[in-house]
Design a protein around this ligand. Structure first.
Ligand SMILES: Cc1cc2nc3c(=O)[nH]c(=O)nc-3n(C[C@H](O)[C@H](O)[C@H](O)COP(=O)(O)OP(=O)(O)OC[C@H]3O[C@@H](n4cnc5c(N)ncnc54)[C@H](O)[C@@H]3O)c2cc1C
Length: 420
């Protein structure tokens, strides 16, 4: 008796894109293996709130296995993908057996790039993973404890926090830090002159929030300034040391914390695969999101150079990854039915960035522009909807409500060994 062969789909990465591929293959006659180096999915847009003690780490992450209890055609594997053996058509995983595939989906995301800035990789704090966020939170709280014990730390830059990059992550992080210091740490450290703590946001261009229109950019700038953030536009950090940063104009600022929110490059895994790459190392894909020359290989999300109908490169954002994931699941189903693939069409639903309590900007389709409290509420609602897991949504909602009503922040714990 002939045994039916079930196509094997291997998805590298359980991020926004990879999860959508697996979920949207529910019920399809395939065997999906979702492989990730972590056993959890991370909701990156809220990492800055973990770093600034607004949320617990577990609020913004979800165990991948827990998402597929009711989907029997998905298997999860925790492992570090090291490459692809194209001859054997198998994904190689560190210390584990290779994973043979009939279809391969590359969804490994992106990572930070320091643009070769001396010292930035050694002394800067990136904000890409949950570990980055808790590491930064530990470091921030430690700086305040050290300054409380010895106020001379202030002169050594102990409470100077430089954030590089005036995009949404930099703006959100700087705004949240200023709020944490002014509202919570002022009460936590009554013996310390917390007003001397500095948050400096550095942006090379002459404006913040590049993807936004001028009124939103101005609103972000004015709001941050009103909340005590020093915004330096047209400025560049040229080197970083453990106790100071140097600017392009030669100024040296004593500083023990540099948050790097400036550069993104495709996952370095992309460079090892021998596939065509575009700007920022992203894997080139055709209109249907297959890699040219590899009819069974797809790339989605931050690792892929996905273009819109006009040929413009799409931004590295969660909705692009999610919509691409759903598209690829649909195309794999079509291929199983011997139907031709369709081109990917991205539906832009707008962009938002929050600046702090009751302050955000949102630019939505149809020319709708929101600022202030209304944009902030829209931002909160949208993030709750997209956050993975009901328990996480409830926990985040409770935390936000608590923070709002009490002006307090819960998880400002120092965990783990000394960071430096
Ligand atoms: C701090 C921050 C804030 C952001 N804020 C927003 C926002 O407000 N709105 C928005 O739309 N977008 C935001 N983004 C961007 C958004 O998070 C990304 O566009 C989105 O996560 C891309 O999804 P992805 O599936 O391509 O990659 P990811 O979600 O990054 O998932 C990639 C997965 O691959 C895994 N992986 C990587 N390498 C390997 C390997 N070798 N082996 C095994 N597994 C591997 C990773 O562990 C990860 O789980 C933000 C990003 C960051 C870092």
């Amino acid at each position: 008796m002939a045994v039916a062969v079930v196509p094997r789909i291997v998805v590298i990465g359980a991020g926004f894109g990879g999860l959508e591929v697996a979920r949207h293959l529910k019920g399809a006659p395939v065997e999906v293996t979702l492989v990730d180096q972590h056993n959890f999915h991370t909701f990156q847009p809220l990492l800055y709130q973990v770093a600034t003690a607004g949320l617990n780490a577990a609020d913004v992450a979800h165990v991948v296995r827990g998402l597929f209890h009711h989907q029997s055609n998905v298997r999860f594997l925790q492992g570090q993908v090291t490459g692809v053996d194209w001859d054997a058509r198998a994904v190689t995983v560190a210390d584990q057996a290779a994973l043979p595939f009939d279809h391969l989906v590359l969804a490994g995301g992106a990572t930070v790039t320091y643009f070769g800035t001396p010292g930035a990789a050694d002394h800067g704090f990136p904000l890409y993973t949950l570990a980055d966020a808790t590491h930064l939170r530990n470091h921030i709280v430690r700086r305040f404890e050290a300054a409380d014990a010895d106020p001379a730390e202030l002169d050594r830059g102990g409470l100077t926090f430089v954030v590089v990059g005036g995009g949404p992550t930099g703006v959100e992080t700087a705004g949240a830090m200023a709020e944490l210091f002014a509202v919570v740490f002022r009460k936590d450290y009554p013996g310390l002159d917390v007003s001397r703590a500095r948050v400096v946001l550095v942006e090379m261009q002459d404006h913040l929030l590049d993807p936004f229109k001028a009124p939103s950019r101005r609103h972000a700038l004015d709001t941050l300034a009103a909340r005590g953030v020093e915004v330096r536009l047209g400025a560049k950090v040229t080197s970083v040391a453990a106790d100071h940063v140097t600017f392009a104009d030669g100024e040296v600022v004593p500083c023990q914390t540099l948050v790097w929110a400036a550069g993104v490059q495709a996952n370095p895994l992309a460079a090892t695969l021998g596939l065509p790459q575009d700007r920022g190392g992203r894997v080139v894909v055709g209109p249907d999101l297959r890699v040219p020359g590899h009819p069974d290989v797809w790339a989605i999300g931050d690792i892929a150079a996905t273009r819109d109908r006009r040929g413009d490169l799409l931004p590295q954002l969660a909705p692009v990854a999610m919509q691409s994931g759903r598209h690829v699941a649909r195309q794999i189903r079509r291929q199983l039915q011997a139907r031709p693939t369709e081109p990917f069409r991205y539906v832009d639903k707008g962009t938002m960035a929050t600046i702090g309590r009751r302050a955000a900007v949102a630019e939505l389709p149809g020319g709708i522009r929101l600022r202030g409290a209304l944009a902030w509420l829209a931002w909160l609602g949208l993030h709750l909807v997209f956050l993975v897991g009901k328990r996480n949504r409830l926990s985040v909602l409770l935390n936000w409500a608590w923070n709002y009503v009490t002006w307090d922040r819960g998880p400002r714990l120092i965990l783990g060994p000394p960071d430096r």
